[in-house]
Design a binder for this molecule. Structure first.
Ligand code: HEM
Ligand SMILES: *[C@@H]1O[C@H](CO)[C@@H](O)[C@H](O)[C@H]1NC(C)=O
Length: 191
């Protein structure tokens, strides 16, 4: 690499590190319930963040998925998809505010592109599933019991509208169709 090019690359790295246009970064975020997590990643689309602890010896994943800029008329979801970087097969955690004002967090295995996200059993067990909706932010908390083949995971996330109080199809703009990536739970490396 020649000198000017090196300089340009260095400058662009500096700019991306210090002056990213992203409104929030996960690193300095404080949860109102005082939960803390060793790792987090700013997801590349849909104003979303994943925070987690992973215990490699027991394959246990404690996570918090946050979506900022949420309104009461939308649902949010985060999933592991053992099948690939697609919606179909996603083992999803979903949350939204019910008409009575309670916040509903539940599991939904996605078996088709015509799903209405009904509650169902996932391919792994989990506990402590809950959700909050505060200051325009929806958060899903859960503790997942994973297996040794799910250390580098395919993660998929999404948000969409409620119609008649239940989840309806999300937008098909580029950001809603690229809301997935691989994540190494041990190193935190995301692609
Ligand atoms: C009401 C529930 C849902 C319906 C009806 C729905 C429907 C669809 C449809 C029809 C597509 C294809 C759109 C296109 O190619 O133009 C799609 C894509 C996608 N959906 Fe959903 N979706 C729902 C919920 C979810 C959830 C909960 C997630 C994530 C956990 C998700 C993640 C994605 C992603 C990442 C894509 C693009 C990749 C792919 O085509 O597999 N969707 N969805
Ligand atoms: C995550 O791990 C840290 C350090 O071990 C611990 O203090 C914290 O309570 C854990 N968080 C959750 C939500 O389990």
């Amino acid at each position: 690499m020649n000198k000017p090019l090196q300089l340009a690359v260095f400058a662009s790295i500096l700019i991306s590190l210090c002056c990213s246009s992203r409104a929030q970064t996960c690193q300095n975020y404080k949860f109102s319930n005082q939960n803390t997590y060793a790792k987090c990643v700013d997801l590349p689309v849909l104003n979303s963040f994943l925070h987690w602890n992973y215990t490699a010896s027991s394959f246990q994943l404690d996570l918090a998925f946050r979506h900022v800029g949420a309104t009461a008329s939308e649902w949010v979801a985060w999933a592991i998809n053992p099948l690939g970087l697609i919606m179909l097969g996603s083992q999803a955690l979903v949350a939204y505010q019910r008409p009575d004002g309670t916040f509903y967090a539940y599991a939904s295995p996605i078996d088709g592109y015509d799903t209405a996200l009904p509650e169902g059993r996932l391919s792994f067990s989990f506990s402590k599933l809950s959700g909050t909706f505060e200051k325009g932010e929806m958060t899903i908390f859960a503790s997942l019991q994973l297996t040794g083949n799910l250390v580098t995971i395919n993660q998929v996330w999404q948000n969409g509208p409620l119609k008649g109080g239940t989840p309806a199809i999300h937008a098909s703009s580029a950001d809603h169709l690229t809301s997935f990536g691989t994540l190494n739970l041990v190193t935190g490396a995301a692609i």
